[in-house]
Design a protein around this ligand. Structure first.
Ligand code: GRF
Length: 199
């Protein structure tokens, strides 16, 4: 797979760690729109090839950068994938979002803003969502979710930390299961109840 990143790369690290000895899934390359993304250093330490995009809005460059990867994982990648690249890579690009989509997604909903919005809404639960990427931000079919409780004394930072912890567990589970299934050509919905994912 190819992993696309823009920032710190803790989800990338979770994938690197979880898939180190995986018989089904391997991180072939890490692609970033930012040369200074800390995630690139994580890839380097794991001796995974890194690519920095010159123009992340160029669909041909994105398609070339992911190469022959069967699966493309957006792990904290903050740019929109251009529509022509989405069309070429249909149902092969997935994203992790730090809330229970379809709520609290869309343009501008990233980082602490997501958790601020969840707290402002009074929602009792938040969580992590892995979904397919289509032409709209955070709108593609949902693959799997992992809920966490929202606590009365939460701040955006404490809620973010609780969600991030489950992101790091959910993303490798989804990636390995999709790989095990040969990256299906149509959207699939996965459930990991046996792994203890529940309210
Ligand atoms: C995560 O919260 C992820 O859900 C969102 O961006 C954040 C990336 O964090 N898309 P990291 O770079 O993986 O640490």
């Amino acid at each position: 797979m190819a992993v696309l990143v823009s920032g710190g790369g803790t989800n990338l690290q979770a994938l690197l760690d979880a898939l180190r000895d995986s018989p089904v899934a391997r991180i072939d390359r890490v692609v970033s729109n930012r040369a200074d993304a800390a995630a690139l250093a994580r890839a380097g330490r794991a001796t995974v090839r890194t690519i920095v995009l010159a123009n992340p809005d160029d669909p041909a460059e994105i398609v070339a950068a992911v190469g022959h990867a069967r699966l493309v994982v957006l792990a904290g990648y903050l740019k929109r994938i251009p529509a022509a690249a989405v069309a070429r890579l249909k149902w092969r690009v997935i994203n992790i979002h730090p809330a229970l989509l379809p709520a609290f997604g869309g343009p501008g909903m990233y980082g602490l803003r997501v958790h601020e919005a969840v707290l402002a809404s009074g929602a009792a639960r938040s969580g992590a969502t892995v979904h397919y990427v289509d032409e709209e931000y955070d709108r593609g079919p949902i693959i799997a979710q992992w809920p966490v409780p929202v606590r009365r004394d939460d701040t955006p930072a404490t809620l973010a930390a609780r969600v991030l912890e489950v992101e790091h567990r959910l993303l490798p589970l989804v990636v390995e299961e999709l790989a095990r299934r040969g990256v299906p050509p149509e959207p699939v919905k996965l459930s990991f109840e046996e792994k203890g994912i529940h309210d």
